[in-house]
Design a protein around this ligand. Structure first.
Ligand SMILES: [Zn+2]
Length: 207
């Protein structure tokens, strides 16, 4: 049996720490996945693997371990700390086209109303109203607070005396990732923070 075939969920594979064996689930000890350039593979959703997948990737030599939990996994033939951050050895090009989802649309517009910049009660506004043939697409939907949405109603923005601060556009993955860095998730393992924040800090130094 190769190391990869080991059933990592089998009893006894985890370390001795009291209580852990009983309640370890796949959701515990998530591992942050960095691309080969040490940027997270994805911010939204944050690129995470279960610890089992992370340990397998280490054995397959697909990733370098960047940081670790204190918790150890062991079997008869091996023992290793659970990785908390790993970096892929092969760079994955980030040229996918972002999905047209509600979340990605809010992300593109910075979770703010394009008319008044309020972050509250965000809804979606058809720039060209549906009754005038406006489509539900990247280039016609903007984030708008419910107050502005109500005020605009079924009219064109200019007929309502309103003006979006930017016209809607189809974002690239790179643009969404850049937006994502402004909104780091709240619940992070402490060893992840460096990888989520360092580029922002570098940027602010030069500004
Ligand atoms: Zn508004």
């Amino acid at each position: 049996m190769s190391l990869i075939d080991i059933d990592l969920s089998a009893p006894g594979i985890l370390g001795r720490e009291a209580g852990l064996q009983a309640d370890v689930k796949r959701s515990h000890y998530p591992c942050l996945i960095l691309n080969a350039d040490y940027q997270p593979l994805s911010y939204f959703p944050l690129s995470l693997w279960s610890w089992q997948d992370a340990v397998k990737a280490v054995f397959l030599d697909r990733v370098a371990v960047v940081n670790e939990y204190k918790q150890v996994v062991r079997s008869a033939s091996f023992e290793m700390p659970i990785p908390s951050v790993v970096a892929l050895k092969d760079y994955v090009p980030q040229n996918r086209s972002p999905a047209f989802t509600r979340f990605n649309l809010f992300l593109r517009d910075g979770f703010e109303c394009v008319y008044c910049s309020s972050p509250d009660e965000l809804t979606f506004d058809h720039l060209i109203p549906r009754r005038l043939g406006g489509k539900t697409s990247w280039t016609n939907i903007v984030a708008a607070c419910s107050r502005c949405n109500l005020r605009k109603g079924g009219r064109l923005a200019r007929d309502a005396g309103m003006r979006p601060r930017q016209l809607p556009f189809r974002p690239t993955m790179h643009q969404l990732q850049a937006q994502g860095r402004k909104f780091p998730p709240n619940h992070l393992h402490e060893s992840w923070l460096d990888y989520l924040y360092w580029d922002i800090e570098l940027k602010s130094e030069t500004e």
